[in-house]
Design a protein around this ligand. Structure first.
Ligand code: HGA
Length: 607
């Protein structure tokens, strides 16, 4: 999704803006641009495609100036063309925007009736034109920005730069995240603290409706009502050096390989080593008093929730509903007494998930979130935020965040099972001992990489792939299919194994690889029957199982990947590894852009 940066600096800002935009690349984008005050006058450079195109342009046509704004654009309104690339400029004002101005058609019509022409297909240009309109009528830059924002409906993080105003940036937030960074005689704006990490570790997060006026030495914030507001300055802990590939070809490869380490960190944060208990952040959760949990998320985080539904229902006998965030609030579900609402989001800024959380505010008994960015909007607006400790995840296709989400959700399910009297002290301790062995087992599981690499060469020739699983392996099949689609662009679908004969079996032929996740658990024999149904119709089975499963599966599979043997309850955390490696190596074999797949964005901050 779009990334925003702004700098009021002491030195030339163009390199700083480009460097900060680079750190926002992970969000996904299709064009980029910067604007500065060059000798006090607005000037801009923009390029379609990757940031390297903008950097090349700047080599041939540099942009001087000590104050500026920058943007990576993930198009929502208008194709990714040069004309539509931000910053948008209207006379003496330039603006960058993340979000969607929902009433831009009406505003355009009003501007058109005042004789003001627009030149792009974007909703954002309307913001620049409105600001110019107010300036033309004699408003000061601050008044013009305020008047403009008062006219907007929808979602925005905005940063304005004005001609002749070398010591002024105006930023505003409604629905999309925005952070202000404090330097020494410098001030910064960024979509997140990652963008600002090399510039400063002192950050103030704007809240919904905030309007901020920045100079190099001051920050003045007013809230949605126009009342002066104080927002805390936080010390961030983002290691700017950690945001690199550490010798791997892609961020995703690095993040897959990091899983043993980050899961160990997640376990360390929640497990009390001495007496085998799970410690939650202050406030805790009264699981015994709950009637149900409503879980809401998008994409991979949604599949983590579907997995958690199995855990909570089987282990804690606690009913769980799971919904995709974009459907949830528009369905207008009743939130009844005794409901905990739980939201899972890697970035903690997912627009649909945040909106769903707000729908539950004042209705649910408790609002919980499982997030990777502890200072995110979702974390800040929850009664209890549970960090997953995955560290910065750059690859657009989530890997380590997924397994860390699963780890935290399983710990919660075990805690609930114990609190509700369905798991004894000893039973809990036994699960926790098993969980402590996860980092070692993940290391072992990563040993399948060479086998998967070879198999992926074959898989890369397929146009369609089916993924099957039963029980806890059904959400894993869904996640495996999503991962393959996202980064290799191969069409993939997931089905519960038992559902195969109710339709998708019609697709099976000798060209259709079918990936089956099936550790040797209580459901294994049933899955083997479904595999036989596929093989009887010429389908090619890739079986991902353990040694006992491989032995009992019988002949006829096309390929078998053998995983370490693990307690079936913990299996989803381990079986995520082959799902990720299969997608990763297939994408590499196809030569796609693994870390920034086409059309995708990491932090989905628009609805
Ligand atoms: N609507 C604007 C900004 C898009 C955005 O925020 N994407 O994440 C545009 O299309 O340029």
């Amino acid at each position: 999704m779009c990334g925003i940066v702004g700098v009021l600096g002491q030195n030339e800002v163009a390199p700083l803006l480009v460097e900060a935009l680079k750190r926002l690349e992970y969000r996904g984008y299709d064009s980029a641009g910067i604007a500065t005050l060059n000798d006090g006058h607005l000037d801009r450079r923009r390029a379609v495609g990757k940031l390297v195109n903008l950097s090349d342009l700047l080599v041939h046509d540099p942009l001087a100036g000590k104050s500026g704004i920058g943007h990576t654009r993930w198009a929502t309104h208008g194709a990714p063309t040069l004309t539509n690339t931000h910053p948008h400029r209207a006379g003496p004002v330039a603006v960058v925007h993340n979000g969607i101005i929902e009433n831009y058609r009406e505003l355009r019509a009003e501007l058109a009736s005042a004789g003001i022409a627009y030149h792009t297909e974007t909703d954002t240009e309307t913001v620049a034109l409105l600001a110019q309109h107010h300036l033309d009528k004699g408003a000061s830059p601050e008044e013009a920005a305020r008047a403009t924002i008062a006219q907007l409906e929808g979602a925005y993080a905005l940063c304005f730069l004005f001609d002749g105003e070398d010591d002024l940036l105006i930023a505003a937030r409604q629905g999309s995240p925005l952070a202000i960074g404090h330097g020494d005689g410098e001030m910064f704006v960024g979509s997140d603290a990652i963008a600002l990490a090399p510039l400063t570790d002192r950050v103030t997060y704007l809240e919904e409706g905030d309007f901020a006026v920045l100079t190099r030495t001051s920050l003045r914030i007013t809230d949605a009502q126009g009342t002066p507001a104080t927002r805390p300055m936080r010390q961030t802990h983002i290691d700017s050096a950690r945001v690199d590939k550490a010798g791997h070809k892609h961020f995703m490869a690095k993040e897959i390989a990091e899983q043993p380490t980050v899961i160990s960190e997640a376990l360390g944060a929640y497990l009390n080593g001495e007496n085998g208990t799970i410690t939650l952040p202050e406030g805790g959760i009264n699981f015994a008093g709950l009637e149900r949990i409503t879980m809401v998320a998008c994409g991979t985080a949604y599949f983590a929730c579907v997995t958690a539904k199995y855990w909570f229902e089987q282990l804690a006998r606690l009913p769980v509903e799971v919904d995709v965030a974009s459907e949830f609030r528009y369905r207008e579900p009743p939130i009844t007494e005794g409901t905990a609402a739980l939201f899972v989001s890697q970035s903690g800024e997912t627009a649909d998930t945040l909106a769903a959380l707000r729908y539950c505010e004042g209705e649910a008994d408790i609002i919980l979130s499982v997030v990777n960015v502890d200072e995110s909007s979702i974390a800040r607006e929850s009664d209890l935020a549970l960090p997953i400790h995955a560290g910065t995840e750059i690859g657009v296709a989530s890997s380590k965040a997924f397994t860390c989400q699963l780890t935290v959700l399983l710990l919660l399910a075990l805690k609930a099972a114990h609190a509700r009297g369905h798991l004894s002290e000893d039973g809990l301790r036994a699960y926790l001992v098993a969980m402590r062995s996860l980092p070692g087992m993940l290391n072992e599981a990563l040993g399948i990489e060479e086998d998967v690499r070879g198999l992926s060469q074959e898989l890369s020739k397929a146009t369609d792939v089916l993924f099957l699983g039963r029980g806890l392996m059904y959400p894993m099949a869904m996640e495996g299919a999503l991962k393959l689609k996202e980064i290799s662009y191969i069409h993939a679908e997931a089905y519960a194994s038992g559902e195969l004969k109710h339709g998708p079996i019609a697709l099976i032929d000798e060209k259709m690889p079918v990936v089956v996740f099936a550790p040797k658990d209580a459901l294994f024999d049933k899955t083997v029957s479904n595999m036989q149904e596929v093989m009887a119709r010429g389908g090619k089975i890739i079986l991902i199982t353990d040694a006992a499963g491989a032995k009992d599966a019988g002949d006829g599979t096309w390929q078998t990947i053998i995983m370490p043997t693990i307690d079936p309850v913990l299996a989803p955390i381990l079986y995520a590894v082959p799902a990720q490696l299969l997608a990763y190596h297939t994408a590499v074999a196809k030569g796609t852009d693994v870390d920034q797949p086409r059309n995708l964005a990491k932090s989905v901050t628009v609805e």
